[in-house]
Design a protein around this ligand. Structure first.
Ligand code: BG6
Length: 335
């Protein structure tokens, strides 16, 4: 980032290590400039899939399959302008999910400038993956005024040879005052769907959830897979590690696999809330669905020196039909 572009960004938004220069590009990992001069990283796999990650927010903004089809939703009105988080893609919610806490909604990681880390601590790598980038966020002095803790947040974004997108977060308590800290977390993934009324989510039926639209009251999901006909904002608790989003019209199924993230948020603002959001098109709610792998109900507590890991793996596969109807077992087992 040039010094001029850097000047546009308030110092409180920059992580302390964001001044490091970017590594050289390779055929798999390309460092370039994105919207409003923000640094971005493009991951490319040899079969044609790709992903884009902005250092602003450590934010995945694009994930394309090997036909070049976009799989994530990014609002046409997304403002790439601090302190607003980018509307769409995969914002990282840390150290607070939601607004129940002392911090702004969804914490500050999503509107800080992350740095590329060239030599992160050892990572159990899949040697087949060449398209990956390691990012790091350290708190700035300003950050410690609002959240008085020292931490290292390492994020690896990787694209598998088959086009799967993998995000691994490692958060370490580096407090020198002996104090533990607690946090909540989410990968706030916006999936691109053809038509929200043609979509169903499998893997959450019969689970308990907290309804954000009803003062976080606890309910139990009834019946079959989830379908959508109005605003939804629910935190499903203790969910299975696999969740499927089936897009009938596109004949595409997204499969989420998660580890270390027991909860899952399902959110669609629908028409009224969509109109109230300045960085979201009035009708765009029809083409997105957030299913967010998260750790919310039980906060995560780390003592100094301890590290937490939370992993999300996304794949997009053609939907399989069974006598005109999707068979939930087949979708989840066969993926
Ligand atoms: C979801 C929350 O995760 O994010 C919703 O459950 C919230 O309550 C939505 O409205 C969007 O939040 P924001 O801060 O990005 O507008």
């Amino acid at each position: 980032m040039s010094s001029i572009e850097k000047d546009k960004i308030p110092s409180s938004l920059s992580s302390s290590s964001s001044s490091s220069s970017l590594p050289l590009s390779t055929p798999f990992v390309d460092f370039s400039k994105g919207i409003n001069g923000f640094d971005k990283v493009i991951l490319r796999e040899s079969r044609g899939s790709s992903a884009e990650v902005y250092l602003y927010g450590g934010h995945v903004t694009s994930w394309k399959n090997d036909h070049g089809e976009e799989l994530l939703f990014l609002s046409s009105k997304a403002a790439f302008k601090p302190p607003k988080a980018i509307r769409g893609g995969i914002p990282i919610c840390f150290p607070q999910f939601g607004s129940h806490g002392t911090l702004d909604q969804h914490g500050f990681a999503r509107n800080r400038i992350w740095a590329v880390e060239n030599d992160p601590p050892p990572f159990p790598t899949n040697t087949l993956n060449k398209a990956f980038v390691d990012l790091i966020l350290n708190p700035s002095e300003e950050d410690t005024k609002i959240w008085p803790h020292s931490f290292e947040f390492r994020l690896r974004v990787a694209l598998g040879p088959g086009g799967d997108l993998m995000l691994t977060s490692r958060i370490r308590n580096t407090n020198s005052d002996g104090k533990p800290f607690s946090f909540t977390f989410a990968y706030h993934t916006y999936f691109s769907v053809s038509d929200i009324s043609e979509v169903r989510v499998e893997g959450l039926e019969t689970l308990d959830y907290l309804d954000n639209l009803q003062n976080k009251e606890r309910f139990t999901e009834q019946g079959d897979a989830l379908t959508f006909e109005s605003e939804v904002d629910k935190i499903y608790l203790s969910t299975p590690t696999k969740i499927a989003i089936i897009d009938h019209e596109k004949k595409r199924t997204f499969v989420l696999r998660k580890d270390g993230l027991p909860d899952a948020v399902v959110w669609n603002p629908w028409d009224k809330k969509a109109k109230a959001m300045a960085d979201f098109g009035d009708d765009e709610y029809k083409h997105m669905l957030c299913v967010e792998a998260a750790a919310i109900e039980k906060t995560i507590t780390l003592k100094p020196g301890e590290e937490w890991k939370g992993r999300l793996e996304l794949s997009a596969v053609p939907s399989s039909y069974c006598s005109g109807q999707l068979d939930p077992q087949r979708v989840l087992q066969g993926s």
